[in-house]
Design a protein around this ligand. Structure first.
Ligand code: MF3
Ligand code: CO
Length: 251
């Protein structure tokens, strides 16, 4: 069942998401060569709590941290570790969420640390652009897969691998609600979008094959061919007009 949020609930979703935007802005400033992925998690968790939020990833199905830190060929759900040191030339996906007064937010960014190749830098910007192309279709009356299709179309010319084994999702009083939102699908299909739905839209895009594998830690998802991968995600609100993107960083 896809939940519809009333005005009161939407206000709480907005606040949860606004706080997460602040977290992402601070994380971007914190990221630099020489720190460990665990440093990022420690910094992020402390900030979430300082802002009055609760980290929603922590202990979710046993996930041991507050922020998923996925480096280079890691697609999503990288587990922070004191032994994993960020180097110049890495790309780092930070996926983070929080709960505020019972309402969840979820967003991800991929950052280039120092200099990366033009190909990798284009991967990151194409992934973000596919989100924005997707949400052009995110309005009441359209079908859910109009969004999915627009994301896939946006990435078509780049020859990228669009990850199929993981999807976006509804979000609200739970981190993962219905519906599941693929990053490719046939337009005109899927449930009808209604005002008051809150959705996490999250393209995961590889430079090579779309195929992914799980590491032995049971969490970290990596590309099957070792190619690098980017992730971009925001929590959005469906309205009668353009979707409201709730998790953007403050200016
Ligand atoms: N942002 C992830 C998602 O959209 C959530 C991470 S799963 C967790 O599904 F276990 F790490 F929390
Ligand atoms: Co998500």
């Amino acid at each position: 069942m896809i939940t519809i949020k009333n005005e009161e609930e939407i206000a709480l979703m907005r606040e949860s998401c606004r706080l997460l935007g602040i977290v992402h802005k601070e994380l971007a400033g914190y990221l630099k060569p020489g720190i460990s992925t665990l440093d990022i998690d420690t910094f992020g968790e402390a900030l979430i709590r300082k802002l009055g939020g609760i980290p929603n990833f922590k202990n979710y199905n046993g996930y041991p941290a507050s922020i998923c830190v996925s480096v280079n060929d890691e697609v999503v759900h990288g587990i922070p570790s004191a032994d994993r040191i960020i180097k110049d030339g890495d790309i780092v996906s930070l996926d983070c969420g929080l709960i505020y007064k019972g309402y969840h937010s979820d967003a991800a960014r991929t950052h280039a640390v120092g200099d990366v190749s033009p190909e990798v830098s284009e991967l990151i910007s194409a992934t973000e652009k596919s989100f924005w192309d997707g949400i052009k279709k995110a309005k009441a009356g359209n079908h859910l897969y109009d969004i999915s299709n627009a994301i896939a179309e946006s990435l078509l010319d780049g020859g990228y691998g669009i990850v199929r084994d993981l999807t976006g999702h509804g979000i609200g009083t739970r981190l993962h609600e219905d519906p599941s939102i693929p990053n490719f699908a046939k337009r005109g299909h899927g449930p009808k979008l209604k005002k008051g739905m809150t959705l996490a839209i999250e393209p995961m895009v590889n430079l090579g094959t779309d195929e992914v594998e799980w590491l032995d830690d049971d969490w970290t998802v990596v590309t099957a061919d070792g190619s690098w991968s980017a992730h971009y995600e925001n929590t959005i609100l469906i309205t009668d007009g353009e979707a409201e993107v709730l998790t953007l960083e403050p200016k």
